[in-house]
Design a protein around this ligand. Structure first.
Ligand code: ADP
Ligand code: MG
Length: 698
């Protein structure tokens, strides 16, 4: 049996393979492109393609695909086999440089938000050499960007790469001002912690809501949920352990550094965290991880739920986006350094993040907005929809000292001027307050915790990179023109703290009093739903910032807003229709069967002895009858709310109608059905209950 180091990355056309299989000149040139984002020499493509093909065939691949990330939020692929006819009537295996560099999937059915008329159905995919090709099943997958013929991005990867470039450009300007001439490239790094639920396939199959929407739309609270905290970090059940072992092995073969795994708070909930890497690779890897999680679950008779809120009243699943900025020579710019100069630079980068998060709270909220995540933000164990930052007591004290020009008490000699003296080593704060913060500094990185478990991490990182690039640009403009670098720097840091300290909150983010303070005293934004936040993508300040850094064009932004809102409306409409269907064809008939049996029993008893009161049966039948009446009425109200969507006019009004009419009616219908579940004999209930599902995997 092979050891992990022997098979790690065995399905990846990575640096080791490239060096071994490519001519030295080709390798050097490609490496230059990968490391420094230099333009690719198209003359090399044939040689790279040939090497890739031979390697892939030696691993059993028969097909290749351009692998891309359209705005559906999942990945897409269209397989072509390598075969080409040979003159002797047989076939040869062929893969040209052209096929590597550019693909033309017939992509008319991917959402484009009006960017691509259906008559010019074809977008094209373009090889992204900064992310390694890999083999999945029998197919060589080539990571690509997906664009329209007009040059508009139709995917999540293109703007992500652009945002990384914007950050690189502005961060390098700052580094040069600090006299750093060694760094040639700066990029953001990410380690996404992925939460998920594992349930038995049998339970899943018996629930149309899970099958159609990924979450349960009905379900009374089980007698036991997560209140004992006995699942968190608990021993992993053998069936789950076997699943995790196979998942790890498959991820390792794909070069994905799956590192930690544990049980989460809710029953049946788990988490997997990889070791961090460059953002675009982390994004590809996270997509692959989610795909593998689902694929491998089915081999074990399990289903992996990636929905943000599969079960009401029980923790939802998120994704913690650990994010930092690093130079190509290995310096973490969000880590305090050892020298005064490094520390001044650290403080400037820290301020850039503080300013970015405050100025673009709305964009960060938008970047995690989906119908699914709306159920999670502000509910059990998830951050609120209000964005704030946690810095910890030490760092807070340092910032206060700078703001007020008073000595910082943490170290003996500290005038927070340049040369700032040595900063304390900021220890990782693991208090509960930290855990409740949507955006926490954890010693050498920030952890953005609002992402939903099914979100692509691209969206959050695009906004984060772009907003921080904007802060850095403003700083670099000022510093480059400054007469006295040190005093300008000091002044800027001070100004940033004064202007943006409202976003810093070190208390308990789950507290209701905080939400009041945040919105009423501090004026922070609280966009509770996707319908509330998404229209603000087109606010002038957001459009100006994102277009000035060339992360999006105006047209791309408008199309994305529309696609996200359409997605929200479609998701909820499918849920509403599923509820209507289940209430009418499963739940009501089940209650009727039960109540008919009770009524028959009572009649039979009375037939034996007319003096019997049958009070129990009478009351129960009355209650069940009231419930079925309520369910019928609420089902028809929900139906009306859905039908009314046809007259919405535009997508913004439709999303408001979803929020104001459809979702509340869904809640009402659910309440009646869940109440009925608690009084109906379990053997009549037409689907597995929460208790059945949550404790189904043993
Ligand atoms: P935990 O949160 O479990 O205590 P860590 O803080 O070490 O563990 O890591 C959490 C996640 O943050 C991991 O995915 C890790 O790789 C990632 N991480 C660590 N350092 C960085 C960094 N500089 N940039 C981005 N992510 C990082
Ligand atoms: Mg974490």
């Amino acid at each position: 049996m092979k050891t992990i180091p022997e098979y790690f990355g065995s399905m990846v056309f990575d640096d080791r393979v490239m060096r071994a299989k490519l001519p030295a000149k080709v390798y050097a040139s490609l490496k230059h492109t990968i490391d420094e984002g230099a333009a690719l020499d198209p003359g090399l493509a044939n040689e790279v393609a040939a090497a890739m093909k031979d390697w892939a065939i030696s691993k059993g691949a028969t097909h290749f695909t351009h692998w891309f990330q359209p705005l559906t939020g999942i990945t897409a692929e269209k397989h072509d086999s390598f075969i080409a006819p040979s003159p002797d009537g047989g076939v040869i295996m062929e893969f040209s440089g052209k096929g590597l560099i550019k693909g033309e999937p017939d992509a008319s059915s991917f959402p484009s938000g009006g960017l691509r008329a259906t008559f010019e159905a074809r977008g094209y995919t373009a090889w992204d050499p900064t992310s390694y090709a890999f083999i999945k099943g029998n197919t060589l997958c080539i990571p690509t960007a997906f664009c329209s013929y007009g040059g508009h991005a139709l995917d999540k990867k293109t703007p992500l790469l652009r945002s990384m470039e914007a950050l690189n450009k502005q961060a390098l300007r700052i580094l040069r001002l600090f006299g750093n001439t060694a760094a040639r490239h700066v990029s953001s790094s990410v380690g996404p912690e992925q939460e998920y639920f594992l349930i038995s396939k049998e339970m899943y199959d018996a629930r149309p809501d899970l099958r159609f929407t990924g979450r349960t739309l009905f379900g009374a609270k089980p007698p036991k949920g997560q209140e004992m905290d006995d699942h968190y970090f608990g021993t992993i059940k053998p069936r789950v352990a076997a699943y995790m072992a196979e998942l790890n092995e498959e991820l390792w073969k794909l070069g994905i550094m799956a590192k930690t795994e544990h049980n989460e708070v809710a029953p049946a909930q788990h988490e997997l965290a990889p070791i961090f890497t460059t953002t675009n690779i982390a994004t590809d890897h996270n997509q692959l991880t989610m795909e593998m999680m689902q694929k491998i679950a089915s081999k074990h008779g399990l289903v992996c739920l990636l929905h943000e809120k599969p079960f009401a009243g029980i923790n939802g699943s998120g994704k913690h986006n650990n994010w930092s900025i690093e130079t190509d020579d290995g310096h973490n710019l969000l880590s305090p350094g050892a020298t005064p100069y490094e520390n001044a630079q650290f403080l400037l980068f820290l301020c850039a993040v503080i300013k970015a998060v405050d100025d673009y709270q709305d964009l960060l909220r938008i970047s995690v907005a989906t119908a699914g995540n709306d159920h999670r933000l502000g509910a059990n164990e998830a951050p609120p929809a209000v964005i704030s930052m946690f810095l910890g007591d030490e760092l807070n004290a340092v910032l206060e000292a700078i703001e007020t020009d008073t000595p910082y008490k943490g170290t003996e000699k500290t005038q927070m001027k340049l040369g700032v003296d040595v900063l304390p080593k900021f220890s990782r704060d693991t208090t509960d307050r930290n855990r409740t913060s949507p955006f926490a500094y954890t010693g050498n990185k920030f952890e953005f915790r609002m992402l939903g478990s099914s979100n692509s991490i691209a969206c959050a990182n695009i906004m984060l990179n772009a907003a921080v690039a904007e802060s850095l640009k403003i700083y670099a403009d000022r510093l480059e023109g400054a007469a006295d670098f040190e005093s300008e720097l000091h002044e800027m840091i001070k100004e940033t703290i004064k202007a943006h300290k409202r976003i810093i909150f070190n208390g308990n983010g789950y507290d209701d009093a905080w939400i009041r303070e945040a919105t009423e005293v501090r004026g922070l934004l609280n966009y509770r739903t996707t319908a509330d936040c998404m229209p603000h993508l087109m606010d002038k300040k957001n459009v100006d910032m994102l277009t000035s850094h060339k992360v999006f064009t105006v047209e791309e932004l408008r199309s994305r807003r529309d696609i996200m809102l359409e997605n929200y409306c479609k998701t909820v409409t499918i849920e509403a229709n599923t509820m209507i269907n289940m209430a009418s064809t499963m739940i009501t008939p089940a209650i009727e069967r039960f109540s008919a049996d009770i009524a028959r029993n009572a009649a039979a008893k009375k037939g034996l002895d007319p003096s019997l009161a049958c009070a129990y049966e009478t009351a129960l039948v009355r209650k069940l009858s009231d419930l079925t009446d309520a369910i019928a009425a609420r089902t028809s109200e929900l139906q009306d709310a859905v039908i009314a969507l046809h007259d919405a006019g535009d997508i913004i009004s439709e999303s408001a109608m979803i929020r104001d009419n459809v979702l509340p009616k869904m809640c009402e219908l659910r309440l009646s059905c869940d109440e009925a579940e608690t009084v109906t004999d379990k053997k009549y209930w037409p689907m597995p209950t929460y208790a059945d599902i949550l404790f189904s995997v043993r």
